[in-house]
Write a new protein. Structure first.
Length: 114
């Protein structure tokens, strides 16, 4: 499975962005989709995840501001980010996991200016 993340950019605090993660390959619907981020000098952290059944999980720092979703027909996962803060600045990565399978996208930069 190959993943292509897109949608990052520069936005002012309070603004919104929507990240997309397009997958090439089969059986997309079985995977858990995760969005991670890594800020300079910090460890990569899980931002949000969605199971194959649509159950979602969010980091406390983004709960109520970010929404993860998926479109299995389009083999694409999304991360809608609202009310962005400067501390959300990071490289965002999408991830697909199922059993022993673990795939990563290339990352997309999100920069939030104050």
């Amino acid at each position: 499975v190959q993943l292509q993340a897109s949608g990052g950019g520069l936005v002012q605090a309070g603004g919104s962005l929507r990240l997309s993660c397009a997958a090439a390959g089969s059986s997309f619907s079985v995977y858990v989709i995760g969005w991670y981020r890594q800020a300079p000098g910090k460890q990569r952290e899980l931002v949000a995840s969605i199971t194959n059944r649509g159950s979602t999980n969010y980091a406390g720092s983004v709960k109520g501001r970010f929404t993860i979703s998926r479109d299995n027909a389009k083999k694409t996962g999304y991360l809608q980010m609202n009310s962005l803060k400067p501390e959300d600045t990071a490289v965002y990565y999408c991830n697909l996991k199922f059993s022993l399978y673990d795939y990563w996208g290339q990352g997309t930069q999100v920069t939030v200016s104050s």
